[in-house]
Design a protein around this ligand. Structure first.
Ligand SMILES: [Zn+2]
Length: 66
């Protein structure tokens, strides 16, 4: 029995085998489409709010008084 997963881009079933080089995508084209969409999504996030979502930042260490 072969496991099949839906291509994240076009939803076509892809056989989960070493022969499917682009899995979980059905082809390199679908892989690039998904990657391009993901990058576009990230680029849309402004730097300021993206920084705030990364989690708590360590407070800067104060230099010891000499
Ligand atoms: Zn596809």
């Amino acid at each position: 029995m072969t496991t099949r997963v839906p291509c994240p881009t076009c939803r076509r079933p892809v056989e989960w085998t070493p022969a499917s080089a682009h899995r979980p995508f059905c082809s390199e084209r679908c892989r690039l489409v998904d990657l391009g969409g993901w990058l576009a999504e990230r680029h849309r996030i402004p730097d300021a709010s993206g920084d705030a979502l990364e989690g708590p930042h360590e407070p800067p260490l104060e230099p010891p008084e000499a």
